[in-house]
Design a binder for this molecule. Sequence first.
Ligand code: BMA
Length: 847
Amino acid sequence: MKKLALALCVGVAGALPVCAEQVVDLAGIWSVQQVEGKAAAIEMRVPGDVHTALLKAGRIPDPYFGRNEEKVQWVGEAEWVVSRDFEVPAELLAKQEIILRLEHVDTFCTVEINGQKVGETGNRFRRYDFDVKEFLKPGRNTVTGTFWSAEKMGAALKAQQPFPIPTLAHKDIQFVRKPTCNGGWDWGISLMSAGFAGPVKLIGYDAARIDYVYCEQKHGENSCTVDVFVEARMVAEGTQTLNVQIGEVQVTQAFEVVEGDNLFAVSLTVDNPKLWWPNGEGAQHLYGMKVTLGDATFERKLGLRTIEVVNKPDEGDKSDRPGMCMTFRVNGADIFCKGANWIPCDAMLAGQTPERYRDLLTSARDANMNMIRLWGGGQFEADEFYEICDELGLMVWHDFMFSCSLYPSDKAFLAEVQAELAHQIRRLRDHAAIALWCGDNECIGALKWFEESRKNRDLYLINYDRLSRVLAEAVKAYDPTRMFWPSSPCGGPGDFSDAWHNDSRGDMHNWNVWHENKDFAEFYKFRPRFCSEFGFQSFSSPDVVKTFCPPEHRNPTAPDFEHHQKNDGGNARIMETMARYFRFPDTFEDMLYLSQVQQAIAIKTAVEGWRRLQPRCMGTLYWQLNDNWPVASWSSVEYGGKWKHLHYHARRFYAPAAVVTIPVEDGGKTNHEIWVVNDYAHDIKADIALDTWTFGGRKVATRKLTKEVAARSAIKVETVKSEDFGTPEERMDRFVALELKATGNNMIDTHRNAFFFNAFKKCELADAAVTATPAEKNGRFEVTLQTDKPAFFVWCNVADTPGEFSDNSLTLLPGQPVTLTFTPKVKMSLDEFRKNLTVTHLRKTYR
Ligand code: BMA
């Protein structure tokens, strides 16, 4: 720990003026060359990676196309030298100390300046500061990074282990501190990336270098006291002035410092603080925060709020043990968490840009999500990711980077983990959005997956515990304000039971439907406290399929198309499910469409079923938000940012006020429970209209229900009997459309839903004629949809144009036209909009 600097009770007028620190950013164009290769050096952008550089130079085919993945595997086995020349200004060289600061280096790199080694990296999740003053010279300098093959390093580290460490991952990646999914995953291409994925900077200073700033918030009646801690390296002992400003409040204090590492602490009180709230709960107020110490400055945004995870025994259930809730409480309010799981947004590092983050996270926010789970098989993301989550009100459930594996617990490995967490937790802990530190993804469950650990559980349990303790201790040391959740899924701190199938304690991963091939209704059998993973796959849309699959392979079992399915048997499962619920589609495009429809229904079934269980269930995070290359997967947003059907449904099934119907069996008959979920912090009046329609388009009956629904609650409004909607024969030709009008607190929300009495394949859906009338209004595009007969999962698409509709994949009823807006992310004319717009619906998928 750093030495605590002493506050001086003296004025600061006598402090010496200092020149600002000097920063030379080495981002930009570097060159890259294979160590053993003969080919000439090519350009490489930093931050960036070798694969992207080779692709841009035409040295490798597009890894995302066809089966090219196989053709580029050699890149990860090779060694690469990247370098650039740069000017060292005299002002930099004049500084007392100069460091080269590297973040997100992927992964094993020997760094040289002017041919002399300045340091080595070996952990993607650490930050490296190398003293480089002695290696620099005036004028032109050269920096070189030699990247050693992480794949070969993994194999070498494996050989040093005293006992086997089994994994579901590939390329021995569990021995390397690098995203576990880099070697390939059940949705992921295998690309063993190499490169400088983050900032590369020279920092020179005469007085101080700020390493970390973090705060502790103490919320009172009408004020918040913020204890600010600054960890800094001081060049010399003496007196230094620290100034901290949060919003309009500031404090300046003189400190007596020692040479080397120092820890400063000051306190500020913000009166009547404007609080930060998750999306949908209130504003995301962020205060500007600035720290100045000697010649160093540090700036960030700070959200003031309390956040806690309630995990205490309550209602017993099924087992003889009490249940353990998992409830996120923000500013005293229990929040139902709505969201999805996040994986790295591109398998090539250069594609992981702030623009991508913003696009995907905005899509999450726009689908009424308030939480993202940053999954443990991926990576600690760049600063911008967390800044955007703060800004958009997306709470982050943050796994540490361990997934689906057993991991080593030797001294060297644990020391790496300790060092990475010491950095990451201090770097990230002040983000208002971060709600929880979680040890890993499915590593407790993994103890049962492998023969080695089944046979010798004691050994592997102790091995697991050694690592888990390092994680727990790191949270205690570096962020005691947050809970450490040992693993996802688990019952909670101290509960290491496998919560995979346990719905009464903590979080669960519910994979009965996809991985165990059960019907969608299986979701209703579980009553989770918090479901942090459940998913169903779909294919990419035609627009995305075109980007990776040549026309002759656009067939579900053709090699190029199958190559973009990484879960064994995944395509067969998608098609077998279609056969269960739908008439088999005519064309390849219909099949793509239908795969997305059934995915949306599966996840809607789960979320609606579980949202209504609040406060027993307090969160659903489906698997998964995004993709890292174009692939058949569980994502709701395709690679490139296009929303699948599921994402439009998510916006509706995560709406703050929603009407939900649940089928319940009652003595061989099916009844329908009508529920209203109200996530608002105020009561609502729910007016519900249930319209019974024939598929031919005749409205048979209307029924009205009204109910007061308390703030943040779900209530069963009524149970209606199937026979109330007609005889079994009549019901073969009927469905029910619901409309909720939720009023209260000067707002009015409309939410629509529908339920069916039979599987779609059994219904004689009418061949509805849907017309689309495009128009342009105030620079945006509109399309008005009308139909002569009920049409389901009506899907508008603007070919090859990034952008989203205000709604999509919807039920369209005769006499009830709907106008949608389309917001393109590129410039387009009304003519192009008209030309590229297509509309289809479920009945169009078969003759
Ligand atoms: C989960 C995840 C991932 C995986 C997904 C789909 O359990 O944690 O490991 O991609 O299932 O199989």
